[in-house]
Write a protein that binds this ligand. Structure first.
Ligand code: UT7
Length: 321
């Protein structure tokens, strides 16, 4: 039996760090409101010359170095993003080119499941490894959400930021990913969307993110608790066996609610939302890399990753690190 095991992780946040107080100088908001409602203190904003693929490549190089692996040993690249550099080609192929491994011919593609993107990408990578179709997979979540925010809409612009996280998964005889579950319900499209379209090279509609915040909050709390519980039940694990929850970092109150539902204290949660806000598909690998590099997460421990976002799409992954 082949497992997909995490061999290395990496991440990157753009240099420009914007505080709640910085935002309060430009729009009608406050550090008190943002902190108490979301737990967010800072977000990082990409430079105008920095593309999603640039963030992804730095995170990828860090992950490869951490795994002790050369880029040309990778035989599949999957990038989870909803803010690609271009409509096409995929950001994954641009990352492949920037890593200088185009000549290997390894397959490369994007997955688009918004804030659940990393759950979808890592689950796809797991399927490739388990079926023997790939051995070493680079899985990246990378976003420049700052480009699709209406910076005059205080109900959304204070919540999001830019960043990238990457994981190198390798085939192993020892347990890595144990179980995963993905779900989606397109009946909830209107809760969170960026409805602008590009038609014949022209942007039509609203190219900005719109969200029913309270509606998303209620749906997220319910579905994250359910999918986390399902993954544990279906794999024969109990929450007592989980060393760390590594959740999507959107809102501290949603994260607290999931932990409470699983009867786990916040001491068992990797929490980084304060430092980078909601970075959509990048948030889970950013939190994972942070937890590993600061020594919270140790080899042999069991992790529960979970995320939810536009679509609606959501999922959870149980793994042994
Ligand atoms: O990755 C998944 C994507 N998103 C999420 O997970 C977000 C889920 N939702 C949330 O996190 C929360 O619903 C928010 C943080 C977005 C909003 O918190 P809330 O407690 O649901 O606030 P609300 O939308 O009910 O707004 C309460 C008040 C309103 O004022 P009134 O009508 O009561 O006078 C808003 O206008 O807060 C006001 N408000 C703000 N005030 C200061 C909304 N945004 C701001 C702001 N600063 N940035």
């Amino acid at each position: 039996m082949q497992y997909a095991k995490i061999l290395g992780t990496g991440s990157y946040l753009p240099a420009n760090r914007v505080s709640n107080d910085d935002l309060a100088k430009k729009i009608d908001t406050s550090d008190e409101w943002i902190t108490s409602r979301t737990g967010i203190k800072f977000r990082h904003i990409a430079d105008e010359n920095e593309q999603t693929s640039d963030l992804a490549v730095i995170a990828a190089r860090n992950a490869l170095e951490n795994a002790g692996m050369a880029a040309d040993e990778i035989d599949l690249i999957i990038v989870a993003t909803s803010t690609p550099d271009m409509i096409f080609p995929s950001t994954a192929t641009i990352v492949q080119q920037k890593l200088g491994i185009g000549a290997t011919g390894c397959p490369a593609f994007d997955v688009q499941a918004v804030c659940a993107g990393f759950m979808y990408a890592i689950t796809t990578a797991n399927a490739y490894i388990k079926s023997g179709m790939a051995k070493n997979v680079l899985v990246i979540g990378a976003e420049t959400f700052s480009r699709i925010l209406n910076w005059e809409d205080r109900t959304t612009c204070v919540l999001f930021g830019d960043g990238a996280g990457a994981v190198v998964l390798g085939a192993s005889d020892e347990p890595g990913i144990i179980h995963s579950k993905l779900q989606a319900d397109g009946d909830y499209i209107d809760l969170l969307k960026t409805p602008g379209q590009v038609v014949n090279g022209q942007v039509c509609g609203t190219p900005f993110l719109t969200m029913d915040g309270p509606g998303v909050f209620k749906f997220a709390v319910k579905m994250l608790a359910k999918v986390a519980e399902d993954v544990l039940k279906e794999s024969g694990y109990t929450s007592a066996q989980i060393d760390w929850i590594v959740p999507h970092q959107a809102n501290k109150r949603i994260i607290e609610s999931t932990a409470k539902h699983l009867h786990l204290s916040m001491d068992k949660v990797i929490l980084t939302v304060e430092n980078h806000g909601n970075t959509s598909a990048a948030s889970i690998p950013l939190a994972l890399d942070s937890g590993i590099r600061n020594g919270q997460i140790q080899r042999g421990q069991h992790l529960l990753l979970e995320g939810i976002g536009g679509g609606f799409a959501w999922g959870a992954v149980l793994l042994k690190y």
